[in-house]
Design a protein around this ligand. Structure first.
Ligand code: NAP
Length: 417
């Protein structure tokens, strides 16, 4: 494949898919998209920390060959106004694993979110957000150390499928007439209309990925989150299809909550994963009051959107929460916050969200030693209270440092370890 503007590094090798699994060479070529706004600041800082951790962990035996890919405002400058170049999509597929900074979505008509477009074009059907507490990070909870969840949020269906009909348009009137006259639906005049599709295919592949993750990472439970008491044929169906996948495809690994009480008297059998479900409203309360009861959460799109940010707030906010959008093999890791345009190029913001997305990426590559070095260095830097402005305003006696100085502090701890 030849590219117009993307330069695939001459050294390093591409990741391959072998027997349905990713096969990572010692010197893989990985893609990165700087992103808009604060993107360049957090990307340059994070690249230095990832490279330092890899160098320390493997002493030169492993190395990433980074390949810059373009999306958003930087792409528009290079590709004559094209914010979403098709060759970037091709490269994301070709390289299998990439990481990206945040991208601007201008508000108003005619411009679809680049993030949503990317997820849909590449069929990145699972948005994965691990949320855990790091010692000394400011938190509003009394026991933030009990928060350790991984949220699997469906990316391609639900209200994010974008099927909406504006009040007053011909399409809206046509659909309203059909719903009223042929389906017997009742609703107010001139209501805007949206359709929320939830399929067995979309639900099952998401829940399958969540359960497989729980198996691979020794997680004790998977909770299906839904509002099935109100929307039985979408939210409730997601729950039912989730249990179907669990019982049909993972029978030897799982016990449902119903089985736990009917067959095991409430005592979890050794080595099994508990599959349970909770209604979306109560889970917001439970995740604050009894977070230790939850491990892996599988959600539809909108519920997962709210829950991801709410849980992130419990352990330091979106400035620190990592994330990834994944298909079966292709994975795009990303900062979960936006472009914070007022801080662009000020070298000021917290790079931790992107940084920990990179830690997820290292784990996905199987480079756990490098991931651990960053996970271990971070609390050391927190203990010194050497932090960016966002944490400093929640900590007493902190030293406020810039984005790049925060990276320097981490690298120093990594190299000392
Ligand atoms: P935002 O960029 O996330 O910023 C909101 C606030 O969050 C900031 O003003 C800042 O709070 C805080 N914040 C965000 N990132 C931070 C960081 N790294 N370190 C410290 N604090 C951080 O949200 P927005 O202003 O609503 O959205 C701006 C643009 O980003 C929009 O175009 C939106 O569409 C886009 N967006 C992109 C993505 C993505 O690419 N994945 C996600 C969300 C939004 P303080 O002002 O209190 O310091």
């Amino acid at each position: 494949m030849t590219y117009q503007h993307i330069q695939i590094p001459a050294s390093g090798e591409k990741i391959k898919i072998v027997n349905g699994k990713i096969s990572v060479p010692d010197e893989p070529i990985l893609g990165y998209v700087e992103g808009d706004g604060i993107g360049p600041d957090i990307t340059s800082a994070s690249l230095r920390v990832w490279d330092a951790a890899i160098a320390k962990a493997y002493n030169g035996a492993r190395k990433v060959h980074w390949c810059e890919l373009y999306m958003g405002e930087k792409a528009a400058g290079i590709y004559e106004g094209d914010y979403f170049p098709s060759e970037t999509l091709k490269a994301i597929e070709d390289l299998t694993v990439s990481i990206k900074g945040p991208l601007t979505t201008p508000i108003g008509g005619g411009f679809r979110s680049l993030n949503v477009s990317l997820r849909q074009e590449m069929d990145l059907y699972a948005c994965v957000r691990p949320v855990r507490y790091y010692q000394d990070v400011p938190s509003p909870l009394q026991k933030p150390e009990e928060v350790d969840v991984v949220i699997f949020r469906e990316n391609t269906e639900d209200v994010y499928a974008g099927i909406e009909y504006q009040s007053g348009t011909e399409e809206n009137k046509k659909l309203a007439k059909f719903l009223r006259e042929e389906m017997g639906a009742e609703f107010f005049e001139d209501a805007g209309l949206g359709v929320k599709p939830i399929s067995p295919f979309g639900s099952k592949r998401l829940v399958r990925k969540a359960i497989q993750y729980a198996i691979d990472h020794g997680r004790p439970s998977v909770t299906l989150v839904h509002k099935g008491n109100i929307m039985k044929f979408t939210e409730g169906a997601f729950r039912n299809w989730g249990y179907e996948v669990a019982k049909e495809e993972f029978r030897d690994y799982i016990v449902t909550e119903e089985e736990l009480w009917d067959e095991y008297d409430g005592v979890m059998p050794e080595g099994k994963i508990l599959v349970k479900d909770r209604i979306a409203d109560i889970i917001f309360q439970l995740l604050q009051l009894r977070p230790a009861e939850f491990d892996v959460l599988a959600t539809m799109n909108l519920n997962g959107d709210y829950i991801s940010d709410a849980v992130a707030a419990e352990v330091g906010g979106v400035g620190i929460a990592p994330g990834a959008n994944m298909a079966d093999h292709i994975a795009v890791f990303e900062a979960t916050h936006g472009t914070a345009p007022k801080y662009a190029n000020l070298n000021k913001v917290n790079p931790s969200s992107l940084l920990f997305s990179g830690v997820m990426m290292l784990e996905y590559l199987g480079w756990q030693e490098a991931a651990n070095l960053i996970n271990d260095a971070f609390p050391e830097v927190m203990k010194d209270k050497t932090v960016t402005y966002d944490f400093a305003r929640q900590m007493e006696g902190a030293t406020t440092v810039s984005t790049s100085e925060f990276a320097d502090a981490l690298i120093a701890k990594i190299n000392q370890s």
